[in-house]
Write a protein that binds this ligand. Structure first.
Ligand SMILES: [Zn+2]
Length: 254
């Protein structure tokens, strides 16, 4: 574009050049500011992001305690309905398992050592187990098992954290729409309450097993009678708590 010593640039060329440079540097700064905010701050509580951190289907990050408070007492958040209208229960979030560098305390990918930060590498997580990796780790090691815990995952379910391109953002949304059509939630749990009742039964089985195991260990009959009494009252407490949890769930779903 001229200015090579052999020709004089026209005014139009100079204006065009300085304008586009300014625009791109402004855009860069603005993007960096936005990125710094979403990588460091919980948009719900406006506090610094600290583990444990959870993510929604969009790939956004929140402090887990803020989300729990939002689910129990939404009235505590003035702008909560505008920020997380899609988070109605724990099924709508996944708790992330992020590796912390022992020395620096920074969040890193345990495979590549890359740091999770604004303007850094693309990071993704597996909703099946919550483990977080740099995208390059997935590319370098082609496997259907989590590189950290070994649990199987589906490539269709990988979620990009704080996507910076429309393609990645759209992929997160498309995945969510597919799950809804399949009757599932972001955390891959059933959207219906039928499954929950089934889980409740499983829980009861575990409790019974625990109780009989405790009984086996106690030889003295008197101690056994007393222990049974305590266990019964614990069981009653658990039932009460389960009932109140069920009520709370109903409340959360409403
Ligand atoms: Zn894992």
């Amino acid at each position: 574009m001229g200015n090579d010593g052999g020709s004089i640039p026209t005014r139009r060329e100079l204006v065009k050049s300085s304008k586009s440079e300014r625009t791109s540097s402004e855009l860069f700064e603005q993007n960096l500011l936005n990125a710094t905010f979403i990588w460091s701050t919980c948009p719900l509580s406006k506090r610094q992001l600290e583990l444990p951190v959870v993510s929604d289907y969009l790939g956004h990050l929140y402090n887990k305690d803020a989300i729990l408070e939002w689910l129990i007492s939404p009235e505590n958040f003035g702008d909560g309905e505008a920020i997380v209208p899609h988070i109605k229960s724990l099924k709508d979030i996944v708790e992330l398992k992020i590796t912390k560098d022992e020395n620096s305390g920074k969040w890193i990918c345990s495979i590549t050592g890359k740091e999770l930060k604004a303007g850094g590498s693309k990071f993704q997580y597996l909703p099946e187990c919550g483990h977080v990796f740099a995208e390059s780790a997935f590319r370098e090691i082609d496997t259907d098992n989590c590189l950290e815990c070994g649990s199987t995952y589906s490539k269709d379910n990988i979620v990009t954290i704080n996507p910076t391109t429309k393609t990645d953002a759209d992929a997160n949304k498309a995945r969510y729409e597919r799950l809804i059509n399949e009757g599932l939630t972001h955390s891959l749990k059933s959207a219906s309450s039928k499954k929950k009742r089934k889980n409740g039964e499983d829980l009861n089985d575990k409790k019974t097993k625990k109780k009989s195991k405790a009984g086996e260990l106690i030889h003295n009959e008197e101690t056994l009678r007393m222990t049974k009494k305590v266990l019964d009252s614990v069981q009653q407490d658990m039932n009460r708590r389960k009932r109140s949890e069920a009520v709370q769930d109903l409340y959360l779903k409403a």
